[in-house]
Ligand binder design. Sequence first.
Ligand code: GLN
Ligand code: ZN
Length: 771
Amino acid sequence: MTTTHNLGFPRIGSKRELKFAQEAYWKGQSSREELASVGAELRRKNWASQCELDWLPVGDFSFYDQVLDMSMALGNLPGRVADLSGHELDQYFRVARGRSEHQADETSGCPCGVAAGEMTKWFDTNYHYIVPEFDAETNFVLQAGSLIDQIRESRQHNVNAKAVIVGPLTYLAIGKSKDGTDKLSLLKRLLPVYRQLIEAIHAEGIEWVQVDEPILVTELEGDWQQAFVDAYQALAGLGAKLLLATYFGRLGENLDLVTSLPVAGIHLDAINALEEVDTLIAKTPPDHVLSLGVINGRNIWKTDLVRTLEWLEPIAQRLLDRLWIAPSCSLLHVPVDLSNETKIDTELKSWLAFAVQKVDELRILKTALDDGRTAVRTELDTNQVAIESRRCSMNVNDVAVQQAVANIDDELGCRASCYSERSVLQRRALNLPLFPTTTIGSFPQTAGIRRIRRQFKSGDMDDSTYRSRIKIEIKECIRLQEELGLDVLVHGEAERNDMVEYFGELLRGFAFSENGWVQSYGSRCVKPPILFGDVSRPEPMTVGWIRYAQSLTDKPMKGMLTGPVTILNWSFVRDDQPRGQTCKQIALAIREETLDLERAGIQIIQIDEAALREGLPLRRTEWDRYLEWAIESFRIAANGVCDATQIHTHMCYSEFNDIFESISRLDADVITIETSRSDMELLDVFDQFRYPNEIGPGVYDIHSPNIPRQDQIVDLMNKAAAQIPIGRLWVNPDCGLKTRQWDEVLPSLTNLVAAAKQLRKEHSLQPLPSD
Ligand code: GLN
Ligand code: ZN
């Protein structure tokens, strides 16, 4: 008999019920009891959706984040909230977001909030967790009430519960030492509390505890490997059976370590580590359960069930009762239920599976393994029809696009001349002052702008009214930029809801769901485009707007595009060809747009690659392979222009050092990057490398309502000027201004322009260094 289980289910609800309940509570519009009852109802529904499985996860639900829940259960909340009184749920939200419900904050002496916990991405997903904080004083105390309550609740619903917790080494590894304390030195304080936790879970009658250790798919130093041995030795023999869950990648050199640990079972992500299945079977002790993640928990495609059975059936015959099957990872990363989609094209819909459908795929696989394929003949036939239709669909396959990718050669991504030659031509054409000023693209997305787009989308506004209304916004945006005295203008992006969705809607090969929400952090959910087919550009996407904007001013207008890597990384991507190939298709489509902008007389084109960095593989040894196609894709998109056309790119992060060489290989003429929060720390890298082209380090932190002063901007730029020849420096904000208000943006940019003028004056006294 094969056992089925799930590692975690999306907690947001199929209609984002959790989001609305959280936000109502924070606004003081609902009580703690009301929020708690929404949580209980979501858990009940989630368990009901998984009732066909043998083991259901308990502890995967969270009111904000499962890592913060773990910090809570281990009694490890930052000192700054520890002294505040009030209900533990309010403490929890203060760590999560700096504040809880207004009234609760007021009465506990925290009316102005506290510093929220740092948030960062969970491995290579777009889910953000609250980073655990450690220092020399960190002590752990078991506070597992919430998990124990959920276990009891699951019993009331007759759920066959498997408890889910974050493992001790992953918990330490993904946290941050605030004072330089070695995180591993805390393990001996941490393990006794993990022992108590597992005992407490077992005392509730729970047989299996899933211990998530995804850190095992990354490269581990020797002391961390040893720590695994020590930790799992300490957690053995407590009654509960431990299922060590690894996911998101291969075990690689950690495979022997994993199979040597005294646990009762191991979960492997058989989607990302299929090639390790045989070795793992061979090396796993014969009394261990082996759980294979055979359904992709990271995308929205139906599993090819017959192809999966082909390789799984012989394994089931070998392993018998020892075989468990599951999704590759928690289903947290996929939307809840496809049956809520009424507008997706029916052919495309037949290819998709969200969380509810993926759970059903597990049931079908189990029946086929245990009772033979004939027992699920109809389901398998329907599945094969869908798989076949996807493989052959005219909507997926476009021979011309495939041919164009096959024809890509080294030349395609190369500019005609090198930067030093191009820059002479560009200076002549653009005639910009020293320290030229510009912005990153978007200007405030006012309620008025959002209303125009909403009315157009719902059909309440016709095309020509829509166009003229957006043009009014563009005109006003240009007028303000001229008044401010900026040197390189932008059209303001009023027509764009989102920098990826906008292009996805205009490119062939993308589709959009109505309710395909996935939790990004807390109450924030995103609805990634579905990239299902060969990508092409039926017609220009931005040229009309940018040409109109340029017609209103004599200053150079910067045409604004989203880069291929960012479009790829922020979508659900097809799994039937390598990502690099899909990326090159997008690159060719963006290239056409770049060239059309150039033909329309636009002299500066910015191609944003906000998400280039987050596509990096978890293992460093695989970085080069990713970077190779990612960089090539950008180059294809950008570098077909003439020497005199200036290419800009933009990136929203400052961890730059480790991919610096690759970024310089983009060969963009100008790069604008986020730096202002890190006080130009980023520029330290210039001690070792010379960035060969021009650079605009952000000097206005757009994530804050604060208005940067002229002297602060001058100081930051002078720091930059100490490392970069001033003839190559630009003055600009960190990122787009769409989330800000005009009354913040106007004074900030006024100061930015004034700072640039002051810098010109100060530096014009010195001769331009020749570089
Ligand atoms: N051009 C985009 C904007 O200004 C860039 C956004 C981003 O980098 N995230 O909004
Ligand atoms: Zn940005």
